[in-house]
Structures are given as C-alpha cells and as structure tokens.
Ligand binder design. Structure first.
Ligand SMILES: C[S@@+](CC[C@H](N)C(=O)[O-])C[C@H]1O[C@@H](n2cnc3c(N)ncnc32)[C@H](O)[C@@H]1O
Length: 392
C-alpha cells in the first residue's frame, strides 16, 4: 500500500482554476520529458513542500514544481527537463499507482458512450425531479467509476466542500458539524449517483483515494462506494423499494458475470442497459446460455471486442445461439430456403433467436468477429438490454 497517496488538504470540488495555474499544494501534475516524447510521462503524487518524486537513479523535488505554471519546465536532480502539464482523466487513470488492473481509458470511454447518458441539468423551478442511478461492480481501480461520474456530473447541483479531516482540521467543532450537515443534505438530494461495489475492502479504499485525488475530488461526491456482495446490496435495495426496479444502468467488470444476471435483471428498470466486460468471449457465451435457460429478461444487443490489436472504438462480434442444421431439419419442417444464412460459417447453422422452440437442447453458439477475421487478445464488452417480458 506504500504507493497510495495520502489524502490531504483539498479545495472545494469543482473549484475553477486559471488555465495556466499548476503547482499548488496537493495538485497532481504530469511531467513530460521534453526531448523524448516516447518516454512514459511521470504522474506526480500530491505536491507537498519538502517531498520529491523518486525516479530511477534520479529525482524531482516537489518544491521545484510548487508555484510554477502549466507548461513551465522543471529540472530533475540530473538536469533532465520535464514539461509540467495537468493530467487528463485518461492519463490519470492509466498512470496512477494501481493494485488491480483498471479498464483502460479508451475502453472506459467506449463503455460510457455505449450507455448513452444524457442527464439533464437541475431545474430549480421543478420540485420533483427524476434521479439517475447506475450500479457498477467491481470498483477495482476506480477508473471506470471516474469516467461514469464525469458523465453524470452535470445532473447534480454545485457540490459543497467535502468535510474530510483535511479541510476541517482548523475549523471549530460547530463549523465542522455545519459542513457535515450541508454535505449530507446535498448527498440526499443528488439527482444522479454512481453506486460502485467491490468485494475487496482494500480495492475499494484504494479506488476511493484514486477518485478523491483527481482534480481535488471533483467527481467524488457523485459516487457511493460499497464493500460487500452484489446480491446482498441489490436485494436490500429491492426490499426498500418493494421489489420495484430502481437502476437505470448496471456494469459488471468481474469474473462469472452470469452469476449476477438474475439479481441485476431484477434491479434494472425496463430498457435499462447492463454492460459486461470480460477478458474472454466464452464468458459472454456463458451469460447468453444462462439468459436462455433461465427466466432472466435480458437481451444481448451487441458484443464489442476492445483492446489489443483491435484499436479504439472496438470491433463488433456476432454472438447468438444457433442449432446445427441437421438437428434443426430433423425437428422442423417449415424453414424456407430464403431464410438460410448466406456466409460460410453460417452454412451449417440456423439462427434461432426468434424461434418459439422452447427446447434448449442442441443449441450452439455463433461467435466470431463481424468482419470475419480471426484475431487474438483483448477483452469483450457485452451490451445487454432489460426487456419487459421475455418475448424477443
Ligand atoms: C478488473 S477489476 C475492475 C476494474 C475497474 N472496472 C476499473 O476500471 O478500475 C475487478 C474487481 O472486481 C472485484 N470483484 C471480483 N469478484 C467480485 C464479486 N463477486 N463482487 C464484487 N466485486 C468483485 C475485484 O475485487 C476487483 O477489484
């Protein structure tokens, strides 16, 4: 845990800064080697007088950065020059010290865009306003959590100062109490919340630090961190709503995604999206099989391969249950020749997604890149939709 940053003094989240300011106490800066653009930039810890960034056989004193502006240069002890920049969210999540593998920035972007979040800004003239709830498990590094929080940021009103020990250290007990009350009241009235859950308290605590340290906690107040079991958390929430679904969207980035389809399916509102992130296509297949066998009202809308050689934006996969033709012919009489699939792989298979046949035996999976090329590596994003009834 030695690579965790301490949480120190923070300004109020959302504080507006000059485009050129940097080098304030507790800022995190990104240092770029000015002669070697191929070298990985250095993400600082929070800046504190007297501290230094330790490099391999070199170091940079925080005091040499404090008080400087963005794009100024700073020299290391060995006189190597670095340009001071402010890390973007992507740079921050990809480069921050980790204890668990995060979703990389371009994949997190894709996942957030697949949710198609369009939250409205608060309207002071309306007394009742819809709220948006997104559930994520596992929290991991907090990388996707930060991206999700940024996407809903505009739905909430301006955040009051987070009353943690650094900001309250010099305040009187009365002032601290008032700050806490104001913050809690604000939290109760949030119009959009990310609920992020991890079974590991250590991962969750690390992620909380990662989130809190980005831009002085800018997105932190939009997130509720939970530690425990998915089933227990969602079941208790459903009990509180008398079984009424309450989640707009859900995301699962953990092993055995299908183990949670039932409870997540019950908590999701109709037409809500469930996004799954798996290292292998087999896990999407397991999810698909589970959905077909059980009474889970989820429909697999698309599968996109990300990472590896696929590049930004991902590659769409064709994943669907089919029955081998021989088996099918033996059982059904009424498939017209015009309905036969055209391409090579599908020659021996019939897509029975729409079939009224409820017998689950003999099903196999079509599972290939839509462009028809063989590829290796990368992860798979599944986009599932909550149906109102199990019809299509
Ligand atoms: C790959 S990491 C998630 C990374 C994260 N999406 C990010 O962007 O930083 C997977 C996380 O899932 C958690 N996890 C594994 N199984 C879980 C379960 N059954 N319930 C909750 N969390 C689980 C692990 O502790 C780990 O932190």
């Amino acid at each position: 845990m030695s690579n965790l940053w301490p949480i120190g003094t923070r300004a109020s989240p959302g504080i507006r800064r000059s485009a050129y300011s940097a080098g304030r106490q507790n800022d995190i800066v990104l240092l770029k080697h000015i002669h070697n653009s191929a070298s990985t930039p250095i993400l600082s810890t929070r800046l504190h007088a007297g501290k230094k960034i330790v490099l391999q056989r070199d170091s940079i004193a925080h005091d040499d950065i404090l008080g400087k502006r963005l794009r100024d240069l700073v020299s290391s002890r060995k006189r190597i020059n670095y340009r001071i920049t402010e890390p973007t969210l992507a740079e921050y999540t990809d480069l921050s010290p980790r204890i668990v593998t995060p979703i990389y920035s371009q994949d997190a972007n894709l996942i957030v865009s697949l949710l198609d979040l369009n939250p409205t800004v608060p309207d002071p003239k309306r007394t009742t306003q819809n709220s948006l709830e997104i559930f994520e498990a596992g929290t991991g590094h907090g990388a996707l959590t930060l991206n999700l929080a940024r996407a809903i940021h505009g739905a909430n009103t301006a955040t009051p100062p987070i009353p943690d020990e650094d900001i309250t250290a010099e305040a009187t007990p009365d002032v601290v109490e008032r700050m806490k009350d104001t913050y809690q009241e604000w939290r109760k009235n949030r119009r959009a919340v990310i609920h992020t859950l991890d079974c590991s308290g250590r991962h969750s605590a690390h992620a909380e630090t990662v989130v809190k340290n980005f831009r002085h906690g800018l997105y932190y107040p939009h997130i509720d961190f939970h530690v425990g079991s998915i089933d227990e958390y969602l079941t208790s929430r459903l009990e509180a709503t008398d079984g009424t679904p309450f989640l707009d969207h859900a995301i699962l980035d953990l092993p055995d995604i299908h183990h949670y389809f039932d409870i997540v399916g019950r908590a999701l509102m109709a037409n809500g999206t469930l996004i799954t992130f798996c290292p292998s296509i087999t896990q999407i297949n397991a999810g698909m099989t589970f959905v077909r066998q059980g009474a889970v009202p989820l429909f697999l809308e698309k599968v996109i391969e990300v990472g590896g050689i696929v590049g930004v934006g991902g590659r769409e996969w064709d994943v669907r249950p089919v029955k081998p033709r021989a088996l099918l012919k033996a059982r059904t009489e009424d498939i017209k020749p015009s309905e036969e699939p055209e391409d090579a792989l599908a020659e021996d298979l019939e897509d029975l997604r729409q079939s009224p046949d409820s017998d689950d035996s003999g099903w196999e999976m079509v599972c290939r890149p839509k462009v028809g090329l063989r590829i290796v590596g990368g992860g798979f994003v599944g986009v599932w939709r909550k149906m109102t009834k199990r019809s299509t």
